[in-house]
Design a protein around this ligand. Sequence first.
Ligand code: SF4
Length: 276
Amino acid sequence: MEARAQNEKLFVGGTKRIQRARIADDGLTGIGRQRERNDHRGMLEAQSARLNAILADLSPAERLARFREEIEGKLVFTTSLGLEDQVILHLLAEQGVDVEVVTLDTGRLFSQTYELWAETERRYGTRIRAFYPQQETLEALIDEHGINGFYDSREARSACCGIRKVEPLNRALAGATGWIVGLRADQSEHRRGAALVAVDERNLLKLSPLFDWTREAVQNFALANQIPVNPLHDQGFVSIGCAPCTRAIAAGEPERAGRWWWEHDDRKECGLHVRR
Ligand code: SF4
């Protein structure tokens, strides 16, 4: 506001001059906004470094509780009902951590996943809030690419993930300050570069409480605590997403090899976990 007042004083008289003043004012505002965004990002980076140091030696349960204590505002836990997410939900429920539990129903999940979803709600006495794709954009996608168009090109696959997953996720995370996810570092080369607490591109602090756990450790914990898990895991489906885009993996294959197996890209991500 101060900049606007100053500019208007300096450029009084003559339409052209006033127009020049407005352009200059907008420029200043734009720079100001960018500076504000950079400051905010810098603050989050500092907060994430501090949290990484605090949480590193804690157990996953303690990490969740401490993260909740440290972060003000809305915390969202997104679950795909996978093994890691089931363990996290168990820990959250056990401690009564104040967090919104949401899932993205793409409409293409395995029937076993829907059954597990219902069983999980019964077991923990909670409702998992579902976010769905926008009807009109989904209809346009199917119209353009066909019902299984994601097999035809990387672009069509990304468009499908964008509409069925990324856009609903953005709505699920709107207004949140923190995000809890089930990533583990040894799931893939790409995920190895992530962190226990990271700053997501949406300017959220993202906690992966099982970041340094092995799959075996997660499996053992689930077994010991009788946590309901997807029966597909016993059939070689390690990382489970949408049915048409997930297959079982053979012994020795990387964990995420069963996702979008027809694409040759180490990252094997759908756009939910983007790093800068
Ligand atoms: Fe579409 Fe497959 Fe992505 Fe699911 S995983 S949103 S079906 S492309």
